[in-house]
Design a protein around this ligand. Structure first.
Ligand code: ADP
Ligand code: MG
Length: 694
C-alpha cells in the first residue's frame, strides 16, 4: 500500500467513519465530513431528473434530461479533432452523442444495436440535437427508471458523484435518524420531522416542487436550516449560562463618584446613554459576571458610559481595566479617563508595548498593589506580567478587533487560583452589525445599543470626486486649513503588503507636503513607534499639525473635534465599514464637516455599489445591512472573529424568521427538555467546538 497523506490525519477522523478507506476518509474530510452523521448532513447542491424518459423529439436544446434509444451508428471521427460520435434513435427521433475524450471500451458499449439510457444536457449541434459527454449506461429496454430525483452533491477531486451517492445512501439506510425536537415544537413551526426532511432532500420524489428545493424554501430545507440555527443558538446559550454560573464581585451602585463625574461633564447624557448605563450598572451589581456588548455608532458616546461603569467598580474598591486595539486609541482613552477621573482622586495607569521599561515597572507595581485603580492599555494588558490586585471590570473597546483568546486572557486576570470570581466584561463596538447577525453571533452575550447621537452634531457631507478633479479637492483642503480648521488626508489602502503600505504613506506625505507648502503637515502610520505616533496625534489635537496624512490606523475611535474635513484617496479600494469608520473621524465638532471620497475609475460594479451606499447613508446600522448583502456574513465579521461559526445551510439574509424561532426554541429546550437540547447539539456539533465563543 502506498503511504498517502491520509496518514497525517488524526486517528479519530478515520475511526469515526467505519468501513471507509483512509484515502476516501481524507477526501471526505476536505468536505467537512468527519463522522458518519456528517454524511447524513451532506445535502445535495441540486438534482438530476432521471425519473422520466423523455422522447428524443422533445429533447430541446438547453434542457438536461434522460433519453433512451438504440444505437444506430458509432464512429471515431478525426475532424476537426479525434472524437467518438454516436447516433441514438427512439420512435420519435434521433440524437447525436459526442465524446471528445474516450476509451476504447466505450466504442464497444456503444455498439450499434445496444439500448442505452443517457442523461445529459441537450445542445444544438451540426446535425440537430446532441449531447456532449453525457452520462450513459446500457440497459434492458424495460429497465425501471429511478423512483427519486438523483442528488448531485458537493464533492472534491477524486471523489466521484456515484461513489458519494452510494456512501450516503448506505449511511441513510443504516443510521437511525432519530427526532431531536419535541413534536409539538415542529408542529407549531410547520416543520416536518427530521427523518422525513433528510430523506426527502437526499431522494426527492419526482413530483416535488423542484424550484422550492433549488431555492431552499421547501419545508424540508427549512427544517434543516432551523436545526442548524438551533444548534448554534443552543451552543451559545450553553456557553452563556456556563459563564454566568461563575462568581463575580458585586459592584453596587453607590453613586458618589458617578455623581461627581456626571456633575463635571460639560454635557448631559443622552437618553440612550442613560438607558444602557442603567443596564450595565444593574448587571455589575450581580454576583455573576456581566457579559455585555455595547453597540453604538461612531461618535455615539460610548467612552463616557465606560468611564461611568468603571467608576461604579472603583466605588466598590475594585480595579477596572480598559483595553483598546491600537496604541492611538488606547492613548486617547488614557487621556480621557485621566482627565475625567484624576480630579476625583482616582489613579489611572497606562500600559502599552511602547512605554519605557522603568515606567512600566512602576506601573506594574501600582497595578499589583491596587494603587492604580483604573488601568488603560493595549494588548499589552494581556501579558502575564500584568497582575491586578482585584480586577472587577474589564472594558474592551472595539471588541471585534480582538481574538477570542485575548478576551479570555483578560477575563482570567480576575480569577486567582483560590477564587472562582471573574471580572465583569463590557465589550464595545462601533462596527454596527445588523440585528440578524447580532442575534446569531452574539447569542452568547447581552447586547445594548446606543441608538441616538449626542445633540448638536451636524451630519457629515459626503462628496464623491473622480481623481481627475483632484485640484478642486486640494483647494478645498487649503481653504479649510487656512480658515483655522484641520483635515485628514487618508492614504490609499495597499492590502497586499505592509512594506508597500508604508512606502505609500511616505510618498503620500511627501506629495501632500509639496502640494501644501504653507501648511503644517503631519504623518501617522502603523509602523511608527508608539512615542512618535503619540507625538503626532498630540500635535494634531493641539492644532499644531493642520493637515494629518494618515493610513487607516486612524480608522477607529480617534477624536479630534476641530478636524472637519477628510479626504480619502482611492476610496474605491476600501470596504464599507472601513469607510464608515474613517468618515466618523470628522463631524465631531460644531463645524459642518465634509468627507471627500476620491476615486479612480473605472469602477467595478461592487466598488460602485459600495461608494453609492456610503454616499447615500450615514447610519452605521443601515450601512452594515448593505455590507451584509454585498459581502455575506462570513466576510463581514472577518477572520478576526475566530471562533465564529459559519452557517452552512441557513442564510441570515433570508432566514430571519427561522433565526427568531430558533432563538426562542433554544431557551425553551434548555429549560424544559435539556435532554433533547443535548442530543441536538451532539448531532450538529459532534464534539467539535465550532460554535464555541469566549
Ligand atoms: P464613540 O461611541 O465613537 O466611542 P466617543 O465616546 O468618542 O464616541 O464620543 C464622541 C464625542 O462625543 C466625544 O468628544 C464625547 O466627549 C462626546 N459626547 C459623548 N456623549 C455626549 C453627550 N451626551 N453630549 C454631547 N457630547 C457627548
Ligand atoms: Mg470609541
Amino acid at each position: 500500500m502506498t503511504r498517502s497523506r491520509g496518514d497525517g490525519l488524526p486517528p479519530t477522523a478515520h475511526a469515526a467513519l467505519p468501513g471507509i478507506s483512509k484515502a476516501v476518509a481524507e477526501k471526505l474530510g476536505k468536505l467537512g465530513i468527519r463522522r458518519r452523521f456528517d454524511l447524513v448532513l451532506h445535502l445535495p447542491l441540486r438534482y438530476d431528473d432521471e425519473t422520466r424518459i423523455c422522447p428524443i423529439r422533445e429533447a430541446l436544446p438547453g434542457r438536461e434530461l434522460l433519453v433512451q434509444g438504440t444505437v444506430t451508428d458509432c464512429d471515431i471521427k478525426y475532424r476537426p479533432k479525434r472524437q467518438l460520435v454516436c447516433r441514438l434513435g427512439d420512435d420519435s427521433g434521433e440524437l447525436t452523442l459526442r465524446f471528445l475524450n474516450f476509451y476504447g471500451s466505450q466504442v464497444k458499449t456503444l455498439a450499434p444495436g445496444n439500448v442505452v439510457r443517457v442523461f445529459g444536457s441537450v445542445r444544438d449541434g451540426h446535425f440537430g440535437a446532441e449531447m456532449v459527454h453525457p452520462r450513459y449506461r446500457v440497459v434492458a429496454a424495460d429497465a425501471p427508471v429511478a423512483q427519486a430525483l438523483t442528488p448531485v452533491y458537493p464533492t472534491t477531486a477524486g471523489l466521484g458523484q456515484e461513489g458519494l451517492r452510494r456512501l450516503i445512501a448506505r449511511t441513510l439506510a443504516e443510521e437511525p435518524l432519530a427526532e431531536t425536537l419535541p413534536v409539538a415544537l415542529c408542529a407549531a413551526l410547520g416543520l416536518p420531522a427530521f427523518a422525513a426532511a433528510v430523506r426527502l432532500l437526499h431522494n426527492p420524489p419526482p413530483d416535488v416542487a423542484q424550484s422550492a428545493l433549488q431555492g431552499r424554501v421547501h419545508p424540508a430545507w427549512r427544517r434543516m436550516k432551523f436545526d442548524e440555527l438551533l444548534a448554534q443558538q443552543l451552543s451559545m446559550r450553553v456557553h452563556y449560562q456556563r459563564r454566568r454560573a461563575a462568581g463575580a464581585p458585586v459592584l453596587r451602585a453607590r453613586g458618589k463618584l458617578v455623581q461627581a463625574l456626571l456633575a463635571r461633564l460639560p454635557f448631559q447624557l443622552t437618553r440612550a446613554q442613560n438607558a444602557v448605563l442603567a443596564q450595565i450598572r444593574e448587571d455589575i451589581g450581580q454576583a455573576h459576571p456581566m457579559q455585555r456588548l455595547l453597540q453604538g455608532d461612531v461618535g455615539s458616546g460610548k467612552t463616557v458610559v465606560a468611564a461611568l461603569a468603571a467608576l461604579q467598580c472603583v466605588e466598590n474598591g475594585y480595579q477596572a481595566a480598559v483595553m483598546a486595539p491600537t496604541e492611538i486609541l488606547a492613548e486617547q482613552h488614557y487621556r480621557k479617563f485621566a482627565e475625567w477621573l484624576e480630579p476625583l482622586g482616582i489613579g489611572v495607569a497606562w500600559i502599552s508595548g511602547g512605554i519605557k521599561k522603568n515606567d512600566k515597572k512602576q506601573q506594574l507595581i501600582n497595578i499589583l498593589r491596587g494603587e492604580a485603580t483604573v488601568v488603560v492599555g493595549t494588548h499589552a494588558l494581556f501579558e502575564e506580567e500584568v497582575a491586578f490586585k482585584n480586577l472587577g471590570l474589564a472594558i474592551i473597546d472595539e471588541q471585534h478587533r480582538f481574538g477570542v483568546h485575548q478576551r479570555l486572557a483578560l477575563r482570567m486576570k480576575g480569577s486567582k487560583p483560590n477564587r472562582t470570581a471573574q471580572p465583569h466584561q463590557l465589550m464595545m463596538s462601533a462596527t454596527p452589525i445588523p440585528r440578524t447577525l447580532a442575534m446569531s453571533y452574539y447569542a452568547d452575550l447581552d447586547v445594548s445599543v446606543i441608538n441616538e447621537m449626542p445633540p448638536g452634531r451636524t451630519p457629515v457631507v459626503t462628496k464623491l470626486v473622480a481623481e481627475e478633479r483632484r485640484d478642486e479637492v486640494v483647494q478645498r483642503v487649503r481653504d479649510a486649513c487656512m480658515a483655522g480648521r484641520q483635515a485628514y488626508w487618508v492614504c490609499p489602502l495597499i492590502e497586499e503588503s505592509e512594506k508597500l503600505q508604508l512606502q505609500t504613506a511616505l510618498d503620500t506625505h511627501a506629495h501632500v507636503q509639496q502640494t501644501f507648502p504653507e501648511l503644517r503637515v503631519g504623518l501617522v502610520h502603523g509602523r511608527l513607534k508608539s512615542a512618535e505616533k503619540q507625538q503626532v496625534m498630540a500635535a494634531f489635537l493641539r492644532g499644531e499639525v493642520q493637515l494629518l496624512v494618515a493610513t487607516t490606523v486612524i480608522e477607529v475611535g480617534v477624536d479630534v473635534p476641530n478636524a472637519s474635513l477628510m479626504v480619502i484617496e482611492h476610496a474605491e479600494r476600501m470596504g464599507l465599514s472601513q469607510l464608515h469608520q474613517l468618515r466618523g473621524r470628522v463631524g465631531r465638532g460644531a463645524a459642518e464637516s465634509t468627507c471627500v471620497l476620491l476615486y479612480q475609475g473605472p469602477l467595478s460594479s461592487n466598488a460602485r455599489e459600495r461608494l453609492k451606499v456610503i454616499y447615500e447613508n450615514t447610519d452605521g446600522f443601515e450601512i452594515a445591512r448593505h455590507d451584509l448583502q454585498l459581502r455575506g456574513p462570513g466576510e463581514l465579521l472577518g477572520a478576526r472573529q475566530s471562533g465564529v461559526p459559519m452557517l452552512r445551510f441557513a442564510d441570515l439574509a433570508v432566514d430571519l424568521d427561522l433565526l427568531d424561532a430558533a432563538r426562542a426554541a433554544a431557551e425553551q429546550l434548555l429549560r424544559e427538555h435539556p435532554e433533547a437540547a443535548k442530543a441536538h447539539l451532539a448531532r450538529w456539533l459532534g464534539g467539535r467546538n465550532e460554535y464555541l465563543k469566549v
